[in-house]
Design a protein around this ligand. Structure first.
Ligand code: M6R
Length: 365
């Protein structure tokens, strides 16, 4: 069943081009049509007053990425909450708030409690993004979209995470379409990235050997710092989570602009720093962060889009992606970080598919 792969996680990483193509299949045919999410979606999307995203773990990180997309494309206020925090917090929900609940399994106890709680706080609608048809979550939601990742066995989420991101990008486009916040030409430009995504992911997967090299170095460290800006900030959090979860190395993700507010004090030659750089308007800001780190002896491992070569003098090692990633950067940059965590864990000999102390689905509080 594993074919040429050693672990389910590795197999699932390589299944991503197909999982993404399957998830996007319907969306590609329908464009950014709200009906993808249910019959009442057009009306709910048009009248929604605010958006609150609720999730746990990797699904929460997907929600953090979605905030950037939805705010940029619709101008709506978006908040993102960890389910275990939301369920015990207080406050009313503004009438017409659209709650987006993200869960691979649809059975995470804290998330189910959170959406039930949200319904008691006001007149809200629940939209579920889930990888399991007929899960408790989809049954309790008003609207839903299923990701088509297929069964994910590895405890560390890979293909379920990137398909959530793809579905959230479609959701952001569909909200913009329903609310007419973007022109036809702008919507078309966003949609045109989607059919290219599976091939983009395959191209990055073919750089696996570079991540095996980095993993060799990473096994010798006890800590690692991941940095990114904009949609790559949540991907830094996700990369750090993967490394903690399966390689048992303490890792933290930070918004690169936060360095001076504390974590810069940690930087020395024993602190590998993994940086995700998009070739966008924030690249210059990121460059100054790299200079700060380099000046303090930090070992920078850079993952960058083509066009970011000006950063090369400051880094110990660089992976230049073979393609430009545009607004899909967070999906594409997830791949090398998954491979890095996987190969580091494999080198350390951990139980990659079943890391200690963790369960695939957290159905108790
Ligand atoms: O099934 P869910 O998406 O609700 O699960 C949420 C988290 O438990 C999950 O993403 C967890 O953080 C993963 N093991 C991370 O790889």
């Amino acid at each position: 069943e594993l074919g040429p792969y050693r672990h389910y996680m590795q197999k699932e990483i390589f299944e991503q081009p197909v999982a993404l193509a399957n998830t996007l299949n319907q969306a590609l045919a329908a464009g950014f049509a709200p009906t993808l999410f249910g019959e009442d979606a057009a009306a709910i999307f048009t009248t929604a007053t605010a958006i609150r995203i609720i999730a746990c773990g990797s699904s929460y990180h997907a929600g953090l990425v979605a905030r950037y997309w939805i705010e940029a494309y619709t101008g709506m206020p978006v908040s993102v909450d960890i389910a275990s925090e939301y369920r015990y917090s207080q406050g009313l929900e503004q009438r017409g708030t659209l709650i987006i609940a993200i869960s691979q399994s649809g059975e995470t106890a804290d998330l189910l409690a959170a959406i039930r709680n949200a319904k008691e706080r006001g007149e809200v609608k629940i939209l579920a993004l889930c990888n399991v048809a007929h899960s408790t979550l989809t049954r309790e939601a008003d609207l839903s979209l299923l990701t088509q990742a297929g069964l994910e066995i590895g405890v560390a989420s890979t293909k379920a995470f990137t398909t959530q991101l793809a579905a959230l990008y479609v959701l952001a486009g569909s909200l913009a379409n329903a609310r007419q916040t973007l022109s036809e030409a702008q919507l078309l430009e966003l949609a045109n990235w989607l059919p290219r995504l599976p091939a983009m992911i395959s191209a990055v997967l073919s750089q696996e050997s570079e991540m095996e090299n980095w993993a060799q170095a990473l096994t010798h460290f006890e800590h690692a710092l991941y940095l990114g800006r904009n949609t790559l900030f949540p991907i830094a959090l996700e990369g750090a989570l993967k490394l903690k979860e399966i390689a048992y190395i303490h890792a933290e993700g930070y918004a690169a602009g936060e360095l001076k507010h504390g974590p810069l004090a940690l930087v020395d030659e024993d602190m590998p720093i993994i940086v995700c750089a998009a070739n966008d308007s924030l690249f210059e800001k990121l460059m100054s962060n790299l200079r700060e780190v380099e000046a303090r002896g930090g070992q920078i491992y850079l993952i960058a889009e083509p066009g970011c070569e000006a950063a090369l003098p400051y880094v110990k090692s660089a992976l230049i992606l073979p393609i430009s990633t545009g607004p899909l950067a967070p999906i594409v940059f997830s791949i090398p970080l998954q491979l890095l965590a996987y190969h580091t864990a494999h080198r350390k000999g951990t139980d990659v598919d079943k890391p200690r102390n963790l369960a695939k689905s957290v159905t108790v509080e």
